[in-house]
Design a protein around this ligand. Sequence first.
Ligand code: NAD
Length: 356
Amino acid sequence: MKLAVLAGDGIGPEIVAEAIKILDVLRAEGENIEIERAHLGGAAYDAEGHPYPLSTQRIARAADAVLLGAVGGPQYDTLPRAMRPEQGILGIRKDLGLFANLRPVLLYPELAAASSLKPEIVAGLDLMIIRELTGDIYFGQPRGRRTNAQGEDEGFDTMLYARSEIERIARVGFDTAMKRGKKLCSVDKANVLDTSILWREVVTGVGAAYPEVQLSHMYVDNAAMQLVRAPRQFDVIVTGNIFGDILSDEASMLAGSIGMLPSASLDARGKGLYEPIHGSAPDIAGANKANPLATILSVGMMFRYTFGRADLASRIGAAVRKVLAAGLRTGDIASPGEAVTGTREMGDAVAAVLRT
Ligand code: NAD
């Protein structure tokens, strides 16, 4: 198992160090895991003058999977857009053809109090959001600025999906639903957008090959409402890039903290980039305060989706649950008055459970 490890910026190196402890336990058991480190984001700009430098491209392309911490920081805010840390992430997604973003939203019973919703609404929540990652209004051309006939400034972007792009993400949605509760909700805005009319038509067509999956369609505004009204109605949600961007962040709060949520971005052959959904948290960087569990759970997803090792993924998930059940809490998931555990101590605790 050949891994590229990109720690990135801010809390990235701290949380990735804890994920490496988990990999070290598995290596000690005899798992053949090779790790090669490279720079991404601001750290890459500092070291090599580009947020996704050639050296990183080579290592990421040669690896079976990529583990990423997070990128970004206020010190890079004044750089020209092409050199900003976020361009490193957009660049690697595009370069590796990572079109399918999988975000499980799982509420651990121990953390029910950390959710922003009432426990009776979120208890037992277990949904998967699948977001298309390489198309839509973030990439559609033309885009830009212009002056209109009245001499006023305009900004414009193009929402665009080709049939083949919708087909392949729809298949990921149906395949995922088949492995879970066999319910797929496709989210669009087909009452207003032509792109969405095609989206709905294509998803429905792909669904013909999956008679066992119960397919439903929902407008994005309703989906945003339903996610906080009755989130357990969903099993798998599939949607485009911009709707998925917003809905997956909304859904993340149902689980208490973004410090708990992993993600996978997959290509057509199962190669993936695995990262926590949160950013580089510059406000707590270097303070041993970051929650490393989202990154550790991202390692679990990597075993499940790229390496077909559901056994290792389950063990990592179980170890995390055990540590939470034992009462360990980083600051982001601690209730008022609860003792707070540091980043390193949380990583050590999960590694120790895994070892036993
Ligand atoms: P953020 O996710 O970094 O932080 C938001 C809040 O959540 C902060 O208060 C932070 O302390 C807290 N937080 C985040 N992760 C945590 C963790 N593991 N444990 C405990 N608390 C945690 O989002 P932001 O503040 O909007 O952005 C900071 C930087 O991260 C920006 O430069 C942004 O561009 C970048 N960013 C990167 C990614 C990525 O690498 N994929 C994603 C989002 C934002």
